[in-house]
Design a protein around this ligand. Structure first.
Ligand SMILES: [Zn+2]
Length: 675
């Protein structure tokens, strides 16, 4: 094990509030992991902060008619507070508009520039003549060349995760005016990722225990070959490029944002009164650097940032990037614009943070997408937190209070059952530690709850309410065992339920800060007294769940009234339409494609022949359900390689307002022309 761990959580864009999806993706997992590490006295710091640059910020500012600074000031403070209220315990929460960050990222650029790492290119880029500006990143949207998703951003397709350049988009449109952009020459500096391909591959080979979903995605990008990526943009908001000839240009947000982890660590060290200490976390080989992120950030943390760090040369590279998949809400994809989300500040008005920390912790999308529902929230709070953990703790403490004057009874001639139950503390502690160290946080939480189950079952089986009358010694032993298990739980559950466990330790009269090494079968000395037990968890009533569901639906409805259907495209000439060869077809076979989340590989009968078509529909359809499906096919679309497979044509789909896809069906025999 290394000497120290530096944990970072993805810097949230300071253009909106934090919702459940963000929390489950990066912040809660990181916080659970770090809280565990702190309890074990490991040297660990947790760094995060607001990402205040980039096009999402300027677009949000334009929408609200305020300055980008106004937007970031508002959401930086708001999100910082919400994280705090929810118990996400960062050692430092910085912001990328800080002078330290501007200086640090400019120094990075200058070092790479002076070392001749960058490639300078003058190329045609998309330009909106009406808005009089270039259209970097999210200022342009269009069809993803990789998966066919029609609303991909100029810097990344949110559907398949591929990082893109605006000019790679098919049918690009300006996000400002909706116009088809022109092209215009401009000069930029590129990081030649291809030069780092070998080093990245070698480095990745030495990484251990990476999640298969992360390793798989990275491998597939490497297999496709890495291209040059521009690290500068024609924008006014951001970190100015520190070159005389680069006026009006700023660093690309994905170049400067990860450096934000370094800047924030510098500010933290300054605050600690030890300004050079950041170096031990970033430049000493004995540091484990861990990035907690959502899956949409994998390419930046596993390819671009490591390449940047390699190019610089003075820095440690990430040890692991335990990226999570996505969290859905009530069976549907979370969407801020559609109002389909639970915002943390709203949640905290109605419920305590620990409840959501627990429930989300049990459903973290660690290896695949998972779903949050209010009904499941209620079930888990009621049947696990209240009925198992809360009930066990309450029975144990109130029984001790009522029949043993609140004193921990002695353990005298324990039975095999007593000893076995006590030994489960050490067994579970080991399982839980292992799960945390391996980033299996769901498992860590499940095993912690299992100890409460063991305790609860033991209490029920030993029936102290009977033995207290005629067998005081057995009764005392039972309570002794239950109290030790309760005390162990008050530390084991601390990463998940920090507020509730602090309350419990107070009830048990356990002073000071909790520590993992305290967990044993004799935490509570005999004869020590405890306070009267309180109820830790109240059950959630059906009405409370209905209120939440209603709130969610009302907002989604309100926002869908506000959203319009896609505006109609410009008119086209009849001849243009006639160029398109549409045919009736039938799907013969469908299968998943390795490492491609959304794509299915289809064998389609179009009468004249059978084609392979790659289609981005696997979120909506299972392969086994669509064999025999009748479809409409664009048959004369030029062949295109998607994830290494040549796709010959396109299946027509209708997209409903909630983003779900439906086939455009026809009863005609395969091959029939559609005109
Ligand atoms: Zn895509």
């Amino acid at each position: 094990m290394s000497k120290r761990t530096l944990v970072t959580s993805a810097l949230p864009y300071a253009n909106g509030p934090i919702h459940l999806g963000h929390l489950a993706g990066a912040y809660l997992p990181a916080d659970l992991y770090v809280r565990y590490k702190r309890l074990t006295d490991q040297d660990v710091i947790h760094i995060c902060g607001s990402d205040e640059h980039g096009v999402p910020i300027t677009i949000a500012a334009e929408k609200e008619g305020v300055s980008p600074q106004d937007i970031v000031d508002k959401f930086h403070e708001q999100n910082k507070q919400i994280f705090k209220d929810f118990g996400i315990n960062f050692d430092y929460y910085g912001r990328t508009s800080s002078p330290v960050h501007h200086k640090t990222s400019q120094e990075f650029f200058t070092k790479l520039y002076e070392d001749d790492i960058f490639v300078q290119k003058t190329e045609e880029q998309l330009y909106d003549p009406e808005a009089k500006m270039f259209l970097p990143d999210r200022y342009v949207r269009g069809t993803c060349p990789n998966c066919g998703y029609e609303d991909a951003y100029g810097d990344q397709c949110e559907n398949c995760g591929t990082s893109l350049s605006p000019t790679e988009l098919i049918d690009p449109k300006s996000a400002i005016t909706g116009d088809i952009p022109e092209t215009k020459e401009t000069t930029h500096w590129y990081l030649p990722l291809g030069d780092f391909q070998d080093r990245l591959e070698k480095w990745l080979e030495t990484r251990e225990n990476w999640k298969p979903n992360v390793a798989g995605q990275v491998k597939s990008w490497l297999n496709d070959g890495l291209e040059d990526r521009a690290v500068t943009r024609d924008l006014t908001w951001g970190v100015p490029v520190p070159l005389d000839e680069a006026e009006g240009k700023v660093l690309y947000v994905w170049f400067d944002a990860p450096i934000g982890y370094i800047s924030a660590t510098k500010e933290w060290a300054e605050q600690q009164g030890d300004p050079e200490r950041w170096k031990t976390y970033w430049q000493d080989e004995e540091t484990d650097l861990i990035h907690f992120i959502g899956k949409d950030n994998i390419v930046f943390h596993c390819i671009m940032f490591p390449a940047t760090l390699m190019a610089h040369g003075d820095y440690v590279l990430p040890k692991n990037v335990p990226a999570n998949e996505f969290l859905n809400l009530e069976g549907k994809k979370l969407s801020t614009s559609r109002g389909w989300a639970v915002w943390l500040d709203e949640y905290l008005k109605d419920f305590e943070p620990d409840l959501l920390r627990y429930v989300l912790g049990t459903i973290l999308p660690e290896t695949k997408d998972s779903d949050f529902s209010w009904e499941d929230f209620q079930n888990k709070v009621n049947s696990e937190l209240a009925d198992v953990l809360g009930n066990f703790v309450y029975r144990t403490t109130s029984f001790t209070e009522n029949y043993f004057d609140g004193k921990v009874p002695e353990l005298t001639d324990p039975t095999k059952k007593d000893r076995e139950t006590l030994s489960q503390i050490a067994t579970q502690k080991e399982k839980i530690s292992k799960a945390y160290e391996e980033f299996k946080l769901r498992e860590a939480i499940a095993e912690t709850m299992n100890l409460a189950r063991i305790g609860n079952k033991y209490f029920t089986e030993l029936e102290p309410w009977h033995t207290r009358k005629d067998d005081r010694q057995t009764c005392g032993n039972t309570l002794h065992v239950c109290l030790q298990v309760t005390a162990a739980l008050s530390v084991l559950f601390d990463p998940v339920l920090p507020n509730k466990m602090a309350q419990l330790r107070k009830e048990l009269n356990i002073p000071g800060k909790p520590n993992w090494s305290d967990i044993s079968d004799s935490i509570l000395p005999r004869g020590s007294t405890i306070n009267k037990g309180a109820i830790l968890f109240e059950k959630i009533e059906d009405e409370e769940v209905e209120t939440q569901l209603q709130k969610l639906c009302n907002r989604a409805e309100k926002q869908s009234d506000e959203t319009n259907y896609e505006p109609l495209k410009e008119n086209m000439e009849f001849d243009d339409f006639m160029k398109m060869d549409l045919r009736a077809g039938k799907i013969l076979e469908a299968s998943h494609i390795e490492n491609a989340n959304k794509l299915l590989k289809l064998r389609v009968d179009i009468g004249l022949e059978t084609r392979t078509i790659v289609s981005g529909i696997s979120n909506d359809f299972d392969p086994e359900d669509i064999t025999g499906q009748k479809v409409c096919v664009v048959a004369n679309l030029a062949p295109k390689k998607l994830m290494g497979i040549e796709s010959n044509g396109m299946i027509l789909m209708a997209e409903e307002e909630d983003g779900s896809l439906k086939f455009v069906e026809t009863d005609a025999e395969p091959g029939s022309p559609i005109t």
